[in-house]
Design a protein around this ligand. Structure first.
Ligand code: GRF
Length: 223
C-alpha cells in the first residue's frame, strides 16, 4: 500500500470470468477518477482472463476454487476470511457467478455491490438478454444494486436502459448492455467511495435522498 492509498477506499473485487467490469474499475482507479484502491481480486475459477487483467495492473490475486470445498458454507466462510484480511470498505461483485449464503450477505450488508444485466426487478437470474428478447421488451439494460440475501433483489443504486432493436440477437443486445455496465459500475463505486451512495433501512440513498426502486436511472439511447 502506498501513502497515496491511505485516503482511498480499499476495495476487493470478486470475479468468475473475463473481468471487463473489473477493467473499467482498474482504469477508473488508475486515472484518478475513482477514489479507490483495488486491494485484491479474488476469483472462484482458475485461469479466467480477469485474473490476467488484475496481474497486469499489479493487483494481488487469489483463486479460491469453490470445487475444492465440501459445502457452500465452507467456501463462503473461507472467502470471507480472505476478503476481511484486506479490511475493505467495499466488496464489488463483478461477474461473480455464485449464489451467496445468508451469512455472507449479512456480513457485507450495505458494503457490497453487484451488477446484474437486466432492468431489475425484471429478469432476475440467468440468460437475461435472451429472456428480454423472448418477452418482446422494448427496453433492456443493467442494474447495480446492494447485495442482500435475496438473489438479485437488493436495493438498486443505478440502472441504465438501452433500446432493444428489431435486428438484435442475445449477443448484440449483451454488447449494448455491457457498454453501459462499464459506465454505471464505476459511477456507483465512485458514489459509494465518496460517501454519497448508502444503504439505509434496506433502501438505497444518494446524497441523503431516497432513490426510486430502479435506482438512479440513465436512458442510453445510442444503439
Ligand atoms: C456482466 O454481464 C455482468 O452484468 C454479469 O456478469 C458479466 C460479467 O462480465 N453479472 P465481465 O466478467 O465483467 O466481463
Amino acid at each position: 500500500m502506498s501513502t497515496d492509498d491511505v485516503k482511498k477506499m480499499q476495495v476487493v473485487v470478486l470475479i468468475s470470468g473475463s473481468g471487463s467490469n473489473l477493467q473499467a474499475l482498474i482504469d477508473g482507479a488508475a486515472s484518478g477518477e475513482l477514489p479507490i484502491s483495488i486491494a485484491a481480486v479474488i476469483s472462484n475459477r482458475p485461469d479466467v482472463f480477469g485474473l490476467t487483467r488484475a496481474s497486469q495492473a499489479g493487483i494481488p490475486t487469489l483463486v479460491l476454487d469453490h470445487k475444492s470445498f465440501a459445502s457452500r458454507e465452507a467456501f463462503d466462510a473461507e472467502l470471507m476470511r480472505q476478503i476481511d484480511a484486506y479490511n475493505p470498505g467495499l466488496v464489488v461483485l463483478a461477474g461473480f457467478m455464485r449464489i451467496l449464503t445468508p451469512e455472507f450477505t449479512q456480513h457485507y450488508l450495505g458494503r457490497m455491490l453487484n451488477i446484474h444485466p437486466s432492468l431489475l426487478p425484471k429478469f432476475q437470474g440467468l440468460n437475461t438478454h435472451q429472456r428480454a428478447l423472448d418477452a418482446g421488451e422494448k427496453h433492456h439494460g443493467v442494474t447495480v444494486h446492494f447485495v442482500t440475501a435475496e438473489l438479485d433483489g437488493g436495493p438498486a443504486a443505478i440502472q441504465a436502459a438501452v433500446p432493444v432493436l428489431p435486428t438484435d440477437d442475445a449477443s448484440l443486445l449483451a454488447k449494448r448492455v455491457q457498454r453501459q455496465e462499464h459506465v454505471i459500475y464505476p459511477l456507483a463505486v465512485k458514489w459509494f467511495a465518496e460517501g454519497k451512495l448508502r444503504m439505509v433501512d434496506s433502501k438505497a440513498e444518494l446524497n441523503g435522498e431516497l432513490l426510486p426502486a430502479s435506482g438512479y436511472r440513465i436512458e442510453a439511447n445510442e444503439p
